[in-house]
Design a binder for this molecule. Structure first.
Ligand code: HEM
Ligand code: ISQ
Length: 154
């Protein structure tokens, strides 16, 4: 565990930049998920019966933004409270949703890869290995918390 002050500030700093471009980045993030794992398409209710990524679908937008936001916010709270806390919801609910949708552990690597690439593209010159590591760790800690919840509920 352990999320350093430096890592926290790297995540915060990049989130401040990315926040200004959320619709585009969310779309990019999700496109990368489907590029890495095309089969994941069938898991998402908002993609059924369509061949396109529903960039104008408000439900899709809200989902993608939430995933981004949650990773950052849980990372910040991690340092303050020394455990994973997610806003607007509970880990129990996140565990239940993902379990029900048939998400398995290897899928979390796909989403991680897509998230890290999105950050890299978004940050351009400001991107660094250290920033990448901070996002990777923030994501991992949240993913582990969700996976634990899924295990407990399975
Ligand atoms: C739903 C977050 C990982 C697939 C959701 C929702 C949230 C969320 C917040 C609920 C959206 C809503 O109803 O507003 C996260 C976070 C993750 C993560 C924070 C990692 C740290 C994954 C992975 C997969 C996945 C690895 C598998 C590819 C799904 C699916 C739904 C969902 C299929 C249901 C969408 C629908 O059809 O309504 N996720 N997720 N998630 N997530 Fe994730
Ligand atoms: C839900 N869980 C993980 C990743 C997502 C990306 C876009 C929309 C919803 C998601």
């Amino acid at each position: 565990m352990g999320f350093s002050e430096k890592q926290e500030s790297l995540v915060k700093e990049s989130w401040e930049v990315m926040k200004q471009n959320v619709p585009e980045l969310s779309l990019r993030f999700f496109t990368l998920i489907l590029e890495i794992a095309p089969a994941a398409k069938n898991m998402f209710s908002f993609l059924q019966n369509t061949d396109e990524i529903p960039q104008n679908n408000p439900k899709f937008k809200a989902h993608a933004v939430k995933v981004f936001k949650m990773t950052c916010e849980s990372a910040i709270q991690l340092r303050e409270r020394e455990k994973v806390v997610v806003a607007d919801t509970t880990l129990k609910w996140l565990g239940a949703i993902h379990l029900q949708k048939g998400v398995i552990n290897p899928h979390f690597e796909v989403v991680k890869e897509a998230l890290l690439r999105t950050v890299k593209e978004a940050m351009g010159d400001k991107w660094s290995e250290e920033m990448n590591g901070a996002w990777a760790q923030a994501y991992d800690l949240l993913a582990i918390a969700i996976q634990d919840e899924m295990k407990a509920e399975a």
